[in-house]
Design a protein around this ligand. Structure first.
Ligand code: ARG
Length: 249
């Protein structure tokens, strides 16, 4: 994680030679390239060759509103913002929380949902930040879950490339708890018997990441998001996946 943060900060300091595609260039091309992970249910999931999830549906809807076709690109979560620096796609939608550290490297749109990091454990296991002391906690690499759990004294982390593998570590008993998204956690305790959701450790605003300085694209994405929030599109997609509206209030 430290290494990943250094890499990101180093990238932020480097003057980028290649330019990201501006809104006019994307519009002219007619296709927008979007980066995601595809392993973070129910937000972005790759099943065979099919991408689905709240963020996939939302981004497809935003692109449709902007009159664009979509080309999806998947990459491991901790490589997504680096790929953005390298212009592999025009923006990233992969449940990135807006953090001061990430803001050094990329720009963010307005948030497309609000959430937080919550504890999940086996019934009888740790539920609060205090309970986690002396315990092993499974988390995904490069995430705000890792940075926030690392702030707790006396907690050992087991770090996995994929969030679903961190969940497995809890189920198989290698970790006493998993810390992850609160909505993912709700799905997890529904799907697996004997699990409980504990406290919310922190809150975060989730947004799409755009290459630093690509203000024309950020502006269009913000306008498309506002329109989707106002015309019922957002509510429909949110209800489909969560049975509630998860926009920031
Ligand atoms: N919200 C957390 C963060 O900002 C986790 C995001 C994980 N996303 C993913 N596609 N695996 O770091």
């Amino acid at each position: 994680m430290k290494k990943a943060l250094f890499a990101l900060t180093a990238l932020a300091l480097l003057a980028s030679t290649a330019q990201a595609r501006t809104w006019d260039e994307i519009k002219k091309a007619g296709t927008i390239k979007i980066g995601t992970e595809g392993a973070f249910p129910p937000f972005n999931v790759l099943t065979g060759k099919v991408l689905s999830g709240f963020e996939v549906d939302l981004a497809n809807a935003l692109a449709a509103q902007l009159g664009l076709k979509v080309e999806w690109v998947t990459a491991p979560f901790d490589g997504l913002l680096i790929g953005l620096q390298q212009n592999r796609y025009d923006f990233v939608i992969a449940s990135h929380g807006i953090t001061p550290e990430r803001l050094k490297a990329v720009d963010f749109t307005n948030p497309h949902y609000c959430t937080g990091g919550a504890v999940v454990s086996k019934v009888g296991g740790p539920k609060t930040a205090a309970d986690l002391k002396g315990k092993i906690v499974a988390v995904q690499v490069g995430t705000t879950y890792l940075t926030n759990v690392q702030k707790l004294a006396g907690v050992k982390t087991l770090v996995y490339p994929k969030d679903t593998d961190a969940q497995t570590a809890l189920m198989t008993g290698r970790a006493a708890a998993w810390v992850g998204d609160k909505f993912t956690g709700l799905d997890l305790i529904k799907a697996q018997k004997g699990l409980q959701q504990g406290d919310l450790l922190f809150k975060e605003q989730i947004a799409m990441a755009v290459k630093k300085g690509n203000t024309s694209l950020t502006k269009e994405l913000n306008a498309a998001l506002a329109k989707a929030e106002n015309n019922g599109t957002y509510a429909k997609i949110s209800n489909k996946y969560f049975g509630q509206d998860i926009r920031c209030k």
